[in-house]
Design a protein around this ligand. Structure first.
Ligand code: NAD
Length: 491
């Protein structure tokens, strides 16, 4: 379905203490990657407005933290149903501001809703434990909210990445402060309104717009106990360092350069679709996108299938646009640099035609570079676009040695029909998430999402069961009511 771009400019205020509030520190334009036309106007909060927002979040959290989990879950249940009811409208809006196709917009929301459903399950599964550890002495776990927590999100998933954390953090009894990407802030209006309609009390969801000034004030605020971040490695490292230096809990997910090991025994059709969809989905603007293909031995039939699939994609229908014109120019230059340094262009997206009616957008077709040198820019740098770099490898050991040099460690996949060879990659890849015959190995709930190395700073994961301890404190309680006659050394 063609994305419906807003016809009038949408005003995007901040959300403070249950009300939409215009920021007093100026405005930023939101432009659609489909056309480079202004579709939104985001207002930036003053330092005073941020302070006021965090104070009201802290006040609201006190009651919410004491509300039983089952009652909090009822609000989340309504939230889920509202998102499902409005999914098409939200998908159009998020696609308009991020450059995704409508179907990708909808898929991101569905993944976010899966996290929401996981958070709903906590009322029945996260029951704590209690045990009589000595006669008459009981130990117990109790999950306690942290208070006010914040999350800073990137442009490429305006709904899914926030929904990784909103349901779990709110469900565990925290107040949530969200700083969306200044490039894609409009989706926050829909998410916040859905939470309000669901019955979330005021003050528990706060949205503050802007860039580094807003983020820095949030990190430094005494009210904020934990900082979640998803974005580029450079900023993830910065935010993590700053937050932890202030003694705060931080989990900061960074960029990626995901490798796929393609072995000759893989099924060509499976590899063709899986690898093509991985590097072209969301126009390559996914932290889980494949960007390097480690082609082991003779795999030309497989590569033929990848080219066949990728070259059949229609821009604007099957593949979206790049976030900015500058990013499109950077990618064109990077492809040209790779070509000049000896790579062979098997599929050239630079010549792709813009879709009719969207000639002003940021378009680049799928691009495949062969004989890319290990250590070169095309193999090591996160380009963040629909570009696949093929590095020819003599065997699986060679392929893994190249993968292991990456500074990143988000995902790595292998395409093979051999369990033993798949196991070599599962065990030997430097990656937090590994796929076997899966091009985008995003774990599904209740399994957690998160990389290693420069793809993640901090402990735990951002979703699933390994996220719970990040967004809460586990209180350990030991209780005795009566003196025991036969008490022992620990009674
Ligand atoms: P970005 O790092 O430019 O921005 C992310 C957020 O940080 C935004 O909200 C932005 O306003 C804020 N920010 C920017 N500069 C800042 C500064 N100096 N101090 C504090 N905050 C600042 O990232 P992006 O371009 O929006 O997103 C793309 C990147 O995100 C890619 O590198 C991609 O791999 C990564 N990403 C990672 C994951 C993951 O799960 N690991 C998921 C999605 C995206």
């Amino acid at each position: 379905m063609t994305v419906m771009i807003p016809e009038t400019v949408i005003s995007c205020p901040n959300f403070i203490n249950g009300a939409w509030v215009n920021g007093t520190e100026g405005h930023l334009a939101v432009v659609s990657p489909y056309s480079n036309q202004k579709i939104g106007d985001v207002s930036l909060p003053s330092s005073h407005q941020i302070q006021e927002a965090l104070r009201s979040a802290q006040l609201a959290q006190a009651d919410w933290g004491r509300t039983p989990l089952k009652e909090r879950a009822r609000v989340l249940f309504n939230f889920r149903n509202i998102l499902l009811r409005d999914i098409d409208r939200i998908a159009h809006l998020k696609a308009s501001e991020s450059g995704k196709t409508f179907e990708e917009g909808k898929a991101g929301l569905m993944k976010g809703i899966e996290v929401l459903e996981y958070a709903l399950s906590l009322q029945n599964s996260d029951t704590g434990g209690k045990l009589e550890v000595s006669r008459g002495v009981f130990c117990e776990y109790r999950r306690m909210p942290l208070g006010v927590v914040a999350n800073i999100t990137p442009f490429n998933f305006p709904a899914m990445v926030p929904l990784w954390t909103i349901p779990i953090a709110l469900g565990l009894g925290n107040a949530y402060v969200w700083k969306p990407s200044e490039k894609t802030p409009l989706t926050s209006i829909e998410i916040v309104n859905a939470l309000g309609e669901a019955g979330l009390p005021k003050g528990l969801m706060t949205v503050l717009h802007g860039g580094s000034e807003t983020v820095n004030q949030i990190i430094e605020a005494p009210e904020v106990r934990a900082i979640g971040f998803v974005g580029s490695t450079k900023i993830a490292r910065l935010v993590y360092t700053k937050a932890t230096a202030l003694g705060k809990r931080a989990l900061c997910l960074g960029g990626a350069k995901n490798h796929i090991v393609l072995l000759p025994d893989a099924t060509p059709e499976l590899a063709g679709v899986g690898i093509s969809d991985s590097f072209t989905g969301c126009a390559g603007q996914r932290c889980m996108a494949a960007s390097v293909l480690l082609a082991v031995g003779t795999v030309d039939a497989h590569i033929g299938k990848i080219i066949e699939r990728a070259s059949s994609l229609q821009l604007g229908k099957d593949m979206g646009a790049l976030i900015t014109r500058a990013q499109r120019d950077f990618l064109v230059e990077a492809i040209t640099r790779a070509e000049k340094s000896g790579a062979k262009v098997l599929l050239d997206g630079r010549r792709a035609k813009a879709p009719e009616g969207f000639e002003g957008g940021n378009w680049l077709g799928p691009t495949i570079l062969d004989h890319v040198e290990p250590g070169s820019e095309a193999q090591t740098t996160e380009l963040f676009g629909p570009v696949l770099s093929i590095v020819r490898c003599k065997d699986i050991t060679h392929a893994l040695s190249i993968q292991n040099t990456s500074e990143y460690g988000n995902a790595c996949s292998v395409f093979t029909n051999s369990g033993a060879l798949a196991e070599r990659v599962i065990a030997g890849a430097k990656a937090g998430m590994v796929g076997v015959n899966v091009g985008v190995p995003v774990p599904r709930e209740p399994f957690s999402f998160g990389g290693v190395a420069a793809s993640k700073f901090g402990h735990g994961d951002i979703t699933g069961e390994h996220a719970l301890d990040f967004w809460s404190d586990v209180r350990k309680i030991t209780v005795k009511w009566e003196k025991q006659n036969d008490s022992n050394w620990m009674s």
